[in-house]
Design a protein around this ligand. Structure first.
Ligand code: ARG
Length: 298
């Protein structure tokens, strides 16, 4: 079942029809030594050039890294590269996969922004050293694909949610569906403040998702509601200013989220999730928060 669903009326399967996948047991993070805002490639970065408190950024990043350790995940810390101030957002350079037979592979991104293209080979090296089979997109055919910023695995199911419009193109998903032998549900993004799917959709467990509805079309929302039985909606302040939907829930229970998302957190706790708040203020200045500061791996 390797096809792309672009319209809600094409959705003819339920979660029960999908293959199971293991939950990730590892997390990759890139040290923020050279993290900075040096250019503007998303609306959140505007006015923030040179405004990063490096020491504060490192403190915030250390707390987050330690939290993954505490949740029992194996943390793979990757060294920073001076030329790439955004490399700390390591959800973007790749899309890893584990096959039913346990073999691991990864599709490397074709970054939309020229400023970030050079990050990809550095991340590729990490996969090579971790015995992943590395797959490259044909760059003459596909010009935009930003990895797990836009292509997000459903929790423990062989299904990808594929955002497009700003950093990834819609047509790349046919190729991804075929290469990874996985259905993809494509979602158009319509608000440039929510330029990656991971800024407006956070999969919490098999049945539950946290979204910012205004970032999607009506038909996109219909697709989300057909698959998830529980849809939590973030308000504009928490989604836009605090990146509430850029949270992460690696085990279907513990949610790591920017601090201060009062309304979202109350909804999460009501549903039985355990909320862990983190300050990612320095990274918010660059248009990123918890989810995109790591890559979950097998
Ligand atoms: N400054 C980075 C960029 O614009 C932030 C990336 C955040 N990543 C994410 N998946 N939301 O590319």
């Amino acid at each position: 079942m390797s096809r792309v669903i672009t319209q809600s009326d094409q959705l003819d399967f339920t979660l029960a029809d999908l293959e199971d996948m293991p939950a990730p047991g590892k997390v990759m993070v890139v040290h923020p030594k050279y993290f900075d805002v040096k250019y503007v490639i998303n609306p959140h970065m505007e006015g923030n050039i040179g405004d990063i408190n490096k020491e504060e950024a490192e403190t915030e990043w250390n707390r987050l890294r330690d939290a993954y350790n505490n949740l029992g995940l194996y943390v793979h810390e990757v060294g920073p590269q001076e030329e790439y101030p955004d490399m700390v957002f390591c959800a973007n350079q790749s899309l890893p996969n584990i096959k039913a037979d346990g073999t691991k592979e990864v599709i490397m991104s074709v970054m939309h922004s020229p400023e970030r293209k050079g990050e990809v080979p550095h991340i590729e090296k990490v996969y090579e050293e971790s015995s992943y089979k590395v797959i490259h997109l044909d760059e003459s055919q596909f010009t935009d694909f930003e990895g797990m910023g836009d292509a997000i695995w459903h929790y423990k199911k062989r299904l990808i949610w594929g955002g497009y419009g700003y950093r990834s193109s819609k047509d790349v998903y046919d190729h991804i569906a075929e290469t990874l032998d996985t259905p993809v549900i494509a979602l158009e993004l319509i608000d440039e403040k929510f330029y990656h799917l991971d800024t407006c959709l956070c999969i919490l467990n098999e049945e539950t998702v946290l979204i910012y509805p205004k970032a999607f079309t009506e038909d996109g929302l219909a697709k989300i509601r057909k698959i998830f039985s529980t849809v939590i909606e973030a308000n504009t302040f928490e989604a836009e200013e605090l990146f509430a939907c850029n949270a992460t829930c690696p085990d279907g229970k513990n949610v790591l989220i920017q601090k201060g998302c009062v309304e979202v957190n109350a909804k999460l706790e009501e549903l039985g999730f355990i909320v862990h708040e983190f300050n990612t203020e320095e990274f918010l200045k660059s248009g990123g928060s918890v989810f995109c500061m790591k890559m979950l791996l097998w």
